[in-house]
Write a new protein. Structure first.
Length: 438
């Protein structure tokens, strides 16, 4: 997802338990109807700096679609803080849009409600085929082994951003490629009131994004093959401890970062208070805070050794936005036509270029705009070394439970309380029990 969020776990669990399938009329078994062939309602996620900016960006494209098809699209841009709860309310009330954006980490959870149109081979063929999309993006669209619940629309991954002047002043000539190098460089950079690495210690989703990747590098996924929580495995514990130890042991993250949850680490980076930050597509934020493009560099997120890749060389979660259709839409053909339009090569170039994201459509990535240094790193990471968060129905509860455990461990580190393997395991065990009780 573009905007980091706190998961609405309890509400989602209630919705999944209800097993509802409604929205917009029609019948679920028929996969919607065509009772209203000339109109569509679209809930777009807030991707730009404001709701009004999104409307300004999207309206001309929707007018283009209307001119091509005769279908008028009623647009509502929904803030991230409201989007998940709005979707869940729609699944229970039967009153909602025809087409909507969802954060890709919600895919399996919303898939479990039965409310979304499954994108089987037939439906993918209606929009040009599944093979138009990069594999990692499709893998973030629903539970493995089942037709995806959505189609990738905007994709992102993580990169390591670094301050060139701070590196030069510390005598560091290249960004770190491994975690050992990052810690070594970090100790050189953390002095005189400045720190090496920024973090959002109180942001549950960001905590999950970072520890999930470290978990993959330690051979852990936080869930077993049957989809059951496995938060206290040796690899999971080692991953969480490694991340918190950047503050607790290595002293390269400022203790105050334990309270960050509103992108303050980006401000610290832009103001020269922090030398590195792990983030998704941060260029526009840096520019808005006065940084020039030549002030910062970008590199792949480190790995334990070697080069980023699959499996234990994963260095990012698959971030981004997916586009879903409510199964009971009254304009099923128009909804699929709209998804086809929004994921066409040309629209992908226009929209992703505007929003600073990576097109999940392979052909669109050839546009020169996506070869800029920052986007090239994000693009290559997405294609070769990113993995989707666990596609399990209780993924949102996972973010809340483990994200909170990491938040509490950062608070311990900031307060000077020792963070040990035993204390990490105890927090994760509590998180697992909490999630199992929901």
């Amino acid at each position: 997802m573009r905007h980091l969020r706190a998961a609405a776990a309890v509400t989602l669990a209630m919705s999944v338990a209800a097993g509802v399938t409604g929205c917009g009329g029609g019948t679920s078994s028929a996969g919607g109807s065509n009772d209203s062939p000339k109109t569509l309602t679209y809930w777009a996620s807030n991707q730009g700096p404001s709701i009004e900016a999104d409307k300004k960006i999207l309206t001309p494209e929707l007018k283009k679609f209307e001119k091509e098809t005769g279908i008028k699209v009623k647009l509502e841009v929904v803030p991230w803080a409201d989007l998940l709860n709005r979707i869940l309310a729609a699944t229970t009330s039967g009153q909602g849009p025809d087409v909507l954006n969802i954060g890709n980490t919600w895919s399996a959870s919303l898939q479990a409600t039965g409310a979304l149109l499954p994108w089987d081979d037939k439906n993918f063929e209606a929009i040009g085929g599944r093979d138009r999309f990069i594999d990692s993006a499709v893998a973030s669209a629903g539970k493995e082994g089942e037709p995806p619940a959505a189609v990738p629309l905007y994709s992102l991954s993580y990169a390591l951003y670094y301050n060139k002047k701070m590196f030069a002043d510390a005598g560091i000539t290249t960004p770190p490629a491994t975690w050992d190098q990052l810690v070594e460089d970090g100790k050189k950079l953390s002095k005189d009131g400045k720190w090496a690495l920024g973090a959002e210690g109180a942001n549950l989703s960001n905590n999950i994004h970072q520890t999930f990747v470290l978990g993959r590098q330690h051979g852990a996924d936080f869930f077993d093959a049957e989809g059951k929580a496995d938060f206290t495995s040796e690899g999971a514990v080692a991953a969480v401890k490694q991340y918190v130890d950047f503050m607790a042991k290595d002293k390269i993250i400022a203790p105050g970062n334990a309270e960050y949850a509103q992108n303050q680490s980006l401000t610290d980076f832009a103001k020269g208070r922090t030398a590195m930050v792990l983030w998704q597509a941060a260029a526009t934020t840096f520019a808005a805070q006065g940084m020039k493009p030549e002030d910062w560099g970008v590199a792949p997120v480190p790995v334990p050794s070697g080069a980023p890749g699959a499996g234990e060389q994963t260095n990012s979660m698959v971030a981004g936005i997916n586009m879903a259709v409510f199964k009971n839409t009254r304009n099923i053909d128009g909804a699929k036509e709209f998804v086809k339009f929004m994921t066409s090569d040309e629209e992908q170039k226009i929209l992703c270029r505007t929003y600073g994201s990576i097109p999940p459509v392979k052909a669109a990535q050839s546009d020169a705009a996506f070869s800029a240094p920052e986007l090239k790193v994000l693009r290559d990471t997405l294609a070769t070394s990113a993995a989707p968060l666990p596609q399990v129905p209780n993924e949102s509860q996972f973010e809340t439970a483990v994200g909170t455990a990491v938040k509490e461990l950062f608070a311990d580190a900031a307060a000077g309380t020792p963070v040990t393997t035993e204390s990490v395991k105890a927090r994760l065990d509590k998180a697992q029990q909490t999630m199992q009780q929901q």
